[in-house]
Design a protein around this ligand. Structure first.
Ligand SMILES: C[S@@+](CC[C@H](N)C(=O)[O-])C[C@H]1O[C@@H](n2cnc3c(N)ncnc32)[C@H](O)[C@@H]1O
Length: 194
């Protein structure tokens, strides 16, 4: 149970974005709204190991791969095989498949035994079944000094919900380092202190 506010939702079916819905926002128009280099550039640099959790069809995974380059690694993680298959196809088509590794997770656990320098949770944290447990797992996966950028869709995640997400992240050991402007979103950056 989340302590700051009851943010639980027991139905996976109503909570998780179905694969076919991803085409409504991850399409040829996305680049007009979201520029991965501008949004993630302050936190992601060449050679880093980074995580795109709830990666969907991989719009940001591709951008992260360009930022970390050949000497870096991107773990693209999602619940849904169809999302991950699309990430693989796009990575191959763009010549980024040597940088991006896909991983199918369970709903309540990432299940990857790696440490990362940066994590992204874009339009996905509100879909997780236990937000406290999610932030605890993210905190354990991040290297000291690492950042996590969370962005939630403004259209159906309220300011109050996001304030409570921040409280849960702080309980997990993070500090809130920034609240950058990201279009169509409510965004914040978490820092794992040294
Ligand atoms: C609205 S989509 C956003 C996709 C992507 N981040 C983007 O911005 O294009 C949310 C994604 O989070 C995934 N997801 C939901 N709950 C998850 C969980 N507990 N663990 C991992 N992925 C999850 C869904 O399968 C879906 O692909």
């Amino acid at each position: 149970m989340n302590t700051a506010m009851d943010m639980s939702n027991d139905s996976t079916k109503t909570r998780v974005c179905p694969w076919y819905m991803a085409y409504t926002f991850d399409n040829g128009l996305r680049g007009f709204f979201h520029n991965p280099a501008a949004i993630l550039g302050p936190y992601v640099s060449p050679g880093m190991t980074v995580l795109d959790v709830g990666c969907g069809m991989g719009f940001f995974s591709l951008g992260m791969a360009r930022l970390v380059g050949e000497s870096g690694n991107v773990y693209s993680v999602d619940l849904q095989d169809k999302m991950l298959a699309r990430v693989k196809n796009r990575a191959q088509a763009k010549g980024l498949d040597s940088i991006i590794e896909t991983h199918r997770c369970a709903e309540d656990s990432i299940g990857l035994d790696v440490k990362v320098d940066f994590a992204l949770g874009f339009w996905m944290v509100h879909e997780t079944p236990d937000i406290s447990a999610f932030f605890r797992e993210m905190h354990a996966m991040l290297n000291p000094g690492g950042h996590m950028l969370v962005a939630e869709p403004r259209i159906h995640v309220s300011r109050r919900f996001v304030t409570n997400e921040q409280a849960l992240a702080k309980e997990a050991g993070f500090s809130v380092a920034a609240e950058p402007k990201v279009r169509l979103s409510r965004a914040f950056v978490l820092k794992k202190d040294q």
